[in-house]
Design a protein around this ligand. Sequence first.
Ligand SMILES: [Zn+2]
Length: 487
Amino acid sequence: MKRTAWLALLAVTTMSACAQPTPEQQIINDAAAALGGSDRILAVKTIVIEGEGTNGNLGQDVRPDATSQTFKLTDYKRSIDVVSGRARIEQTRTPNFTYFQGQAPQKQVLGVDGEVGYNVAPNGNATRTANAAASDRRMEIYHHPLTSVRAALDPAAMLSNPRTQDSQSVVDVTTAAGLKFTLAIDSTTKLPTRVVSMTDNTNLGDVAIETSFGDYQDVTGLRLPAHLTTKTDQLTTVDILVAKQTVDGDAGDLAAPAAAASAAPIAGPPPANVTVLEVAPGIWQLAGQSHHSVLVEFSDDMTLIETPQNDTRALAVIAKAREVRPNKPLTQVINSHHHFDHSGGIRAAVSEGLTIIAQKDSAQFYQDAVGRAHTIVPDALAKSPKPLKIETVDEEMVLKDDTRTVNLYRIAGSAHADTLLMTYFPKERILVEADVYNPGATVTPFAANLMENIKKRNLRIDRIVPLHATIGPFSDLVKTVAARSTN
Ligand SMILES: [Zn+2]
């Protein structure tokens, strides 16, 4: 070899010795090598994962701490175009519990294409999701070893905070597009063990989404997990057992359907529309959208039943209630049950100084909810912190003054929720309930149990004022239960 060549080789050797990878780069390099090498990873264009599994019932189980309700997933197919940032999940989900929409399997198509999140209904109609859901789905693309390591290999990605936790090497990654996640790899095998990212949840606030990877298998020169488990906060929301995975096969057309792609972006919940209907003297239904409230006048103050959904709805309902009787203070809100859609405005109610009346077994849940950090999307309570004032109901409670009597009863034995309170107005013969009976509905799995509770309490009812759907005569419930029992 000529002397010049030796010198050149020496120079290269010296340079590479100087360009020692940083600890954070070393974690990514190790992960890439374990998965099949960076060249192989960077060459991948699509991945299709097929199998079956379960979805958890986040925020909708029978008790705040329960985890037994799941949807069985079949025909599960997750397709990712790693180059163009498109992904789609197709699945059929079947509830393992008494579901308000019935027990029939439901086909779902959930996708993201760049900034556009979309769902396709079984009839083929595509709709655009809110931007927050699109952003979560864009992040979900990186909840996989291949996509997360591939993004971290991009020279435009930023790697930081290398550390060791529980025999895992951990590094924070900001992708070239600005998405942030944490990647952990096994200290021995160097295979990715989990990806964690943070998002905002109306009820839970700043929340960690963590996907764990197990059962690695060989797939065309790559090592890929055959078991993926995603937790939202503490609850397992997705658990997938992979039967087949295809790299660079036919991933189909993952572009957003035209109807979704051309729809306007949805920045947040729709503006609140609160209608006021006096259903009896001093009792108003505040409706207008999917979740209703009821306002009740006492001699010295006002009580709301339900501040649902989110700040937008809850604050609008509270403002409307104050408009109805400007001279009487609104002091408290009765919460129908802990489900996220019915409790998503509790923090707003606390921020407005209202006392919460709720079933005893949801008290800890509300204590936790009020204490949670909401820094990613600061809500009304984050901006104006106040302590929780709560009064709990075990089986029953009476709110009474010289003008009015209101009875609160726990709905015993409901398959829908174990923290349900129904509100009974004995003089007006009105019952207010959430979720267990919508007058006119064709699927009524909780109606018979509601009737049992009504009979047990000897309630005399003329009208049901539901927190969904429209007001109906009690005779509708009687007919529904009679029809069900003869079926
Ligand atoms: Zn519910």
